[in-house]
Ligand binder design. Structure first.
Ligand SMILES: Nc1nc2c(c(=O)[nH]1)N[C@H]1C(S)=C(S)[C@@H](COP(=O)(O)O)O[C@H]1N2
Ligand SMILES: [Mo]
Length: 298
């Protein structure tokens, strides 16, 4: 019998996935250790996409623009050793290890919807820590208003970076209150695995009420600033992608509707589902944008 990831997840309790794998004895590529994230009331009870879907249908342009390119090519990226430079308007700037930022005993499971700006979506069981816990660790200076993030730049290992598809390195930013919001996490794993490389190993941002492109992968630098930071997609096509990029079915992309989305795995005849404002997290985050014109600040 040939086992597929989709046979064992998410139907199987993934906390038991490791022992299942051990019993099956067939997974040479199984990671050396499992991560356990404490369940969170912020998780959705929607059915997560399978591990196979989450790790084989990706956007990670550093490895190519095809959905299957990251799974094929991200293995070339060295993720150990890894450090994150945290600087700018912080009390304790420096070079931090992933374990310093997201220690095992602080890990939480966050099952979130992910809505790509291309109008497809998934449900992903991330493991990580609130970004706020990291920012509090380094100490945010009172003058800070934004947080800037940067992905690894290493064209020898990231084949897409040899092409001027984007202005590398990939960069993103959040307003400080968005960064401190309890839904915003730095993720270091998914299901019970350390973060797969195609999903942004070893540490990536997840902001579930914004289009997926805000959730920057493989972060090497975090900078607190008093000015709105450079953001890669906003810079690439400012009339199509804004700094805020909040999921909004009422504001269409100039080239396609954002009213509905295709849930990956729903099958050819699964149809489309309605896109929810703030990706369904409005109750928690709408107040961050009180008084703002969301059609202008898209
Ligand atoms: N560095 C980097 N981060 C990135 C991207 C990218 O191309 N490079 N793609 C973004 C987009 S468009 C989406 S939809 C999500 C996809 O995350 P996933 O592949 O883990 O589902 O990652 C985001 N983070
Ligand atoms: Mo995306």
């Amino acid at each position: 019998m040939k086992l597929e990831w989709s046979d064992v997840t998410p139907k199987a309790d993934w906390l038991n996935r490791r022992s299942f794998i051990a019993a099956a004895g067939a997974f040479a590529a199984a990671p050396a250790f499992a991560l356990n994230g404490k369940p969170s009331p912020l998780s959705t009870d929607e059915k997560p996409n399978s591990f196979e879907e989450v790790t084989n249908y990706n956007n990670f342009y550093e490895f190519g623009t095809g959905k299957e390119d990251p799974a094929r090519y991200a293995g070339a990226m060295t993720t150990d050793p890894w450090s994150v430079e945290i600087g700018g308007l912080v009390e304790r700037p420096g070079s931090y290890g992933v374990e310093d930022l997201a220690p095992d005993n602080a890990l939480e499971e966050r099952i979130y919807r992910l809505r790509c700006v291309e109008a497809w979506s998934m449900v992903i069981p991330w493991i990580g820590v609130p970004l706020a816990s990291v920012l509090n660790k380094v100490g945010v200076q009172p003058s800070a208003k934004f947080v800037a993030f940067e992905t690894l730049m290493r064209p020898e290992e990231m084949r897409g970076q040899s092409y001027p598809i984007l202005d590398w390195p990939y960069r993103e930013g959040l307003r400080l209150d968005e960064a401190m919001h309890p839904l915003t996490i730095l993720a270091t794993g998914l299901y019970s695995d350390p973060m797969p490389k195609q999903n942004g190993a070893p540490i990536r941002l997840v902001v579930p009420w914004k289009y997926g492109f805000k959730s920057i992968k493989s972060i090497v630098r975090i900078t607190l600033t008093d000015k709105q930071p450079f953001a890669t997609w906003q810079n690439t096509a400012p009339s199509e992608y804004g700094f805020y990029a909040n999921v909004n079915p009422e504001v269409d992309h100039p080239r396609w509707s954002q009213a509905t989305e295709r849930r990956i795995g729903s099958g050819l005849f699964g149809g489309r589902q309605e896109t929810l404002k703030f990706n369904g997290y409005g109750e928690q985050v709408a107040s961050l944008y009180a008084g703002m014109d969301l059609a202008k600040n898209y």
